[in-house]
Design a protein around this ligand. Structure first.
Ligand SMILES: [Mg+2]
Length: 205
């Protein structure tokens, strides 16, 4: 089984969809674009996120959106929650000497704040946050830490995560707890597909 697990953050270990939607709508409102509801957002949002913003706010430089996004995210009435089995998963990896890494597009400041709040920061051997295109990072990550491809899997909730695993030549674990619905994830051919982290935990055990 796997000796190394790369984890995505949003939708994989935490549920940040409500504050992300709130912050996205704040950014859209600033540019006079109507709000999206949860369904529309899930249908349209994709990674790498600059593609999404180019579609919804064409021509607007992405760095000009970041301050509004971050402050609205912090002010959101609904906050980030840790997903079921996430702590148990990371704890199990630590006990069984499975090396764990974070590979995520999440803003580094928001990640540190959330990971510390949920008490999971120390579980990661190294953190790769604010990665815009994960496909460009997975090769260097594997090489830097001498991770064998056949012993490694990337766990995520979006098509881009599965594409990243394929690109890096490692297995992929798709979870239905996040942004992309299971039917969409199924189409991109992940190695494993589970409703939530419990499925992965049972597989590993
Ligand atoms: Mg995610």
């Amino acid at each position: 089984m796997y000796q190394n697990l790369l984890f995505d953050w949003s939708g994989t270990l935490v549920d940040d969809l409500p504050p992300t939607l709130y912050a996205t709508n704040a950014v859209l409102a600033e540019h006079g674009v109507p709000s999206m509801d949860r369904e529309e957002f899930r249908n349209r949002f994709r990674l790498p996120y600059p593609e999404f913003y180019e579609e919804v706010l064409p021509g607007v430089p992405i760095h000009s959106l970041e301050d509004t996004f971050r402050s609205a995210f912090r002010d959101s009435p609904e906050q980030v929650t840790i997903l079921p089995h996430a702590v148990e998963m990371l704890e199990w990896c630590a006990e069984n000497e499975i090396r764990t890494f974070l590979l995520s597009s999440v803003d580094i400041g928001l990640f540190n704040q959330q990971a510390e709040k949920f008490g999971v920061l120390h579980y990661f051997e190294e953190i790769y946050a604010a990665v815009v295109d994960k496909r460009q990072q997975i090769g260097p990550l594997l090489e830097t830490h001498s991770l064998k491809k056949e012993e490694t899997a990337f766990v995520g909730d979006m098509e881009h995560d599965i594409a990243t695993a394929h690109y890096g030549g490692v297995d992929s674990v798709a979870l239905g707890t996040g942004y992309d619905p299971l039917e969409r994830l199924k189409k991109v051919d992940p190695t494993h597909l589970f409703d939530d982290l419990r499925g992965l935990l049972e597989l590993l055990k």
